[in-house]
Ligand binder design. Structure first.
Ligand SMILES: NC(=O)C1=CN([C@@H]2O[C@H](COP(=O)(O)OP(=O)(O)OC[C@H]3O[C@@H](n4cnc5c(N)ncnc54)[C@H](O)[C@@H]3O)[C@@H](O)[C@H]2O)[C@@H](O)CC1
Ligand SMILES: Nc1ncnc2c1ncn2[C@@H]1O[C@H](COP(=O)(O)OP(=O)(O)OP(=O)(O)O)[C@@H](O)[C@H]1O
Length: 401
């Protein structure tokens, strides 16, 4: 009994330590955001000064206009539960060439706002401790791709929760990942729950497989994570779980679903009990989001379609013609980090746009640009490992330029 009590006290002490640590981090984040807002304000003032100089100088004005072609056509629509949707959508697309730079005006600056500055003042973990659940023994690659992408995008720690057999394999891929071989253990939920107070975001599903026991454990971990109010990205086999039991995530505003077309069809049909009308993806994606309680849905494909049931945003960043496995894992891992950054940024930083949507647009843009760059180098031989190697330069180009 004494040992049990001591263990309980130590668990409580640990929990309050992490709560205090979280509060400190949040205070630091708020200070950081205030600094960022001041810098932005100064930049705006400088911009106004330059533009007034340019207006006084007709040659400079003409040059600027030629260098900046007109914005792409932009339309908006809204949808509320039970209200018919108009057919137009809010369209956001960009490429890194000068031609469509104005298309980045709306969402991409918000993504840039949420990317935390790199300073010497931070401690390990502050920019993100991401948990990833998946990694059935056949699909160790998927979990690795998601976890390493999270690290490379900027998380400080990437915790992988997988089966015992998958763990050794994943550890041997990379010493940078923290691997917990617990998902198939008899006390899996307790083992993972211990880590939840330290995690900023959970990514569920890459390579999870469909084993009943693993899905049951995963479901319970999702429930525990919801109670902690952390963003939860659900991909791959995690979406299969949602299609079987939508209530596991339905109505949880920090839930983000990232289906490919097949997964989307399953989810849609599970929610609506009728075949998907494949002629109007935008409408169907909004309908799914609304049916799920306005969760953010990212329908991946030739163009990525992001919706929280109120608006549809298209990410048409040029990708590549290669469709090998693992691109979705890069997307879900990156999205985990961006979701944490978006939810810890102030409403000023995201201009009150849904943080899940801002994060999703960032992750789609990043994934597609990585695809594009890797494809330019490797052509038909491009694989996900090549894409992951492009994360660093892609971040510099699209988020830090
Ligand atoms: N290296 C790895 O370990 C990888 C493992 N993966 C994992 O493998 C598991 C199963 O994923 P699958 O890719 O088999 O499941 P999917 O649901 O993606 O695909 C099922 C089938 O549908 C086909 N399909 C996919 N998209 C389609 C579309 N738009 N139109 C028509 N057909 C389409 C696919 O060719 C496949 O035969 C998941 O856990 C996933 O995370 C993948 O992430 C890929 C990489
Ligand atoms: N037809 C396409 N054209 C251009 N880019 C695409 C296309 N299809 C998918 N993508 C890009 O690849 C990303 C991953 O989408 P994909 O459909 O491959 O996911 P997935 O099937 O879940 O991947 P995984 O193999 O990891 O399970 C998308 O976000 C998108 O950026």
């Amino acid at each position: 009994i004494v040992t049990k009590r001591l263990l309980e006290q130590s668990a409580e002490a640990e929990q309050s330590f992490y709560q205090i640590e979280e509060q400190l981090l949040q205070a630091k984040d708020r200070r950081r955001e205030a600094e960022h807002a001041r810098e932005l304000h100064m930049l705006q003032v400088l911009g106004q000064m330059f533009s007034s100089i340019a207006t006084r100088n007709p040659v400079a004005t003409a040059t600027a206009t030629t260098a900046m072609p007109p914005a792409r056509n932009t339309m908006e629509s809204t949808m509320q539960p039970g209200v018919p949707m108009s057919t137009s959508v809010l369209e956001r697309s960009f490429s890194l060439g000068t031609a469509a730079r104005r298309g980045m005006d709306d969402i991409l600056p918000l993504v840039k706002n949420i990317v935390p500055p790199l300073t010497t003042k931070k401690h390990k973990g502050q920019d993100g401790r991401i948990g990833i659940i998946g990694g059935y023994q056949e699909y160790t690659g998927a979990l690795y791709f998601a976890a390493i992408s999270a690290l490379k995008v900027g998380a400080d720690l990437s915790h992988v929760f997988c089966t015992k057999d998958a763990a050794t394999v994943i550890k041997s891929y990379s010493p940078e990942l923290i691997v917990h071989p617990v998902l198939d253990s008899p006390n899996a939920v307790e083992e993972i729950e211990k880590w939840l107070p330290r995690l900023h975001c959970l990514v569920v599903g890459p390579g999870l497989g469909r084993d009943e026991m693993l899905l049951k454990n995963t479901k319970e971990v999702i429930e525990k994570s919801k109670a902690r109010d952390i963003p939860i990205v659900i991909d791959a086999d995690g979406l299969w779980l949602v299609a079987q039991q939508p209530s596991v995530i339905q109505g949880y505003q920090k839930g983000i679903l990232t289906p490919n077309y097949m997964e989307f069809t399953q989810l849609y049909e599970a929610m609506h009990h009728e075949p998907l009308d494949s002629s109007d993806h935008q409408r169907s994606a909004m309908e799914l989001s609304v049916a799920m309680g306005n969760l953010t849905v990212v329908l991946k494909g030739e163009e990525d379609l992001i919706t929280d049931g109120n608006k549809v945003i298209l990410c048409r960043q040029e990708g590549s013609g290669r469709r090998c496995g693992g691109q979705g894992d890069l997307l879900s891992g990156s999205l985990g980090v961006l979701a944490h950054w978006a939810y810890t940024s102030s409403a000023d930083m995201t201009k009150s746009v849904n943080p899940s949507v801002v994060a999703a647009f960032g992750a789609c843009s990043l994934t597609r640009q990585c695809n594009r760059q890797a494809f330019h180098k490797h052509g038909r031989a491009t694989t996900t490992t090549d894409r992951i190697q492009e994360i660093s330069s892609t971040i510099k180009k699209i988020f830090e330029s």
